[in-house]
Design a protein around this ligand. Structure first.
Ligand SMILES: NC(=O)c1ccc[n+]([C@@H]2O[C@H](COP(=O)([O-])OP(=O)(O)OC[C@H]3O[C@@H](n4cnc5c(N)ncnc54)[C@H](OP(=O)(O)O)[C@@H]3O)[C@@H](O)[C@H]2O)c1
Length: 266
């Protein structure tokens, strides 16, 4: 829980920034009056926060009050977006970067000696059910990130910044990989005779059911074993999917996302 009296600045209110705003306000992690949102265009989540007392694009002098700056802009624009505000920030502000591919070293080239923490969350923070990898060299910065993300995500500390790219692939990007798999399942269901709507609803329901199982915290192997009775239909499907290259598919997706994160670094 975030206990500082000082505000938090959210730079960027797109898909992830909006999800965070929603999650923080829904869980009471942060009182709306503690929030400053910097956004070039109107956003529904920012307007909802404004109604509850958040400050949207306030005068620059206000930025000096903040204890943390959350960078939720795209890696390609962060320098341009941060440049104008860096000088207005307090010297002790914690830089919390959610960006894929932008290293602490690059961040320090703009923010100087201010402590940096990198966090890689999923957009399910909006529902208070995300997952977030956290890395920092600074204990206080890591603690600040935990105060902001523990209420909305299962936070996983990384010991090495080099692992952030892998965490980005396995957590930040992977919900999309899984949704794409569910779409493929629905197409396979159609090929097996279901109509499009039934196939889609059944596949989404399967995703929800898998999610409910995962939420129990039981080992994934146990969750699989509970469904796959020996000699049954699930076992046959699992065997076919392994033979068709499930591991190779997951490996290719993770390796491509890691490579992309490295290429984004600037
Ligand atoms: N989406 C995810 O699931 C996810 C997961 C983990 C990490 N991330 C990271 O989160 C970051 C944002 O991703 P996203 O998916 O949320 O992207 P997005 O939807 O494109 O949001 C980026 C936002 O940045 C805003 N922006 C651009 N220039 C700005 C400026 N000068 N000042 C303030 N805001 C500015 C844009 O405003 P306009 O809309 O007005 O152009 C846009 O709303 C990325 O670095 C990404 O690596 C995303």
């Amino acid at each position: 829980m975030y206990t500082s009296d000082r505000p938090v600045i959210l730079l960027g209110c797109g898909r992830l920034g909006s999800a965070l705003l929603e999650g923080w306000l829904a869980t009471g992690t942060l009182a709306a009056e503690r929030l400053i949102v910097l956004t070039p265009s109107n956003k529904t989540a920012a307007e909802a926060a404004r109604e509850r007392g958040a400050r949207i694009n306030p005068p620059e002098a206000v930025l000096a009050e903040a204890a943390s700056l959350i960078l939720a802009v795209k890696p390609g624009v962060w320098r341009e977006a941060s440049g104008p505000i860096a000088a207005a920030l307090a010297e002790d502000v914690t830089i919390v970067s959610l960006m894929a591919g932008v290293g602490a070293h690059s961040l320090s080239s703009v923010f100087g000696k201010r402590p940096v923490v990198r966090v890689m969350p999923t957009t399910a923070v909006a529902q208070g059910r995300g997952v977030a990898a956290v890395w920092s060299n600074h204990d206080n910065a890591r603690a600040a990130a935990h105060a902001l993300f523990d209420p909305v995500a299962d936070t996983v500390d990384l010991t090495d910044e080099g692992l952030i790219d892998a965490a980005t692939a396995v957590a930040g990007s992977a919900p999309a990989f899984i949704h794409a798999y569910v779409e493929a399942l629905a197409r396979a269901g159609q090929a097996a005779g279901l109509d499009a709507e039934a196939a889609s609803r059944l596949a989404r329901g399967a995703l929800r059911s898998a999610g409910a199982g995962a939420e129990t915290g039981a080992p994934l192997s146990d969750l699989i074993a509970r469904i796959a009775s020996p000699g049954g239909t699930t076992e046959a499907g699992l065997k076919a999917q392994a033979e068709a290259g499930l591991d190779a598919t997951a490996m290719a997706a993770v390796q491509a996302a890691v490579a992309r994160a490295k290429a984004l670094g600037n």
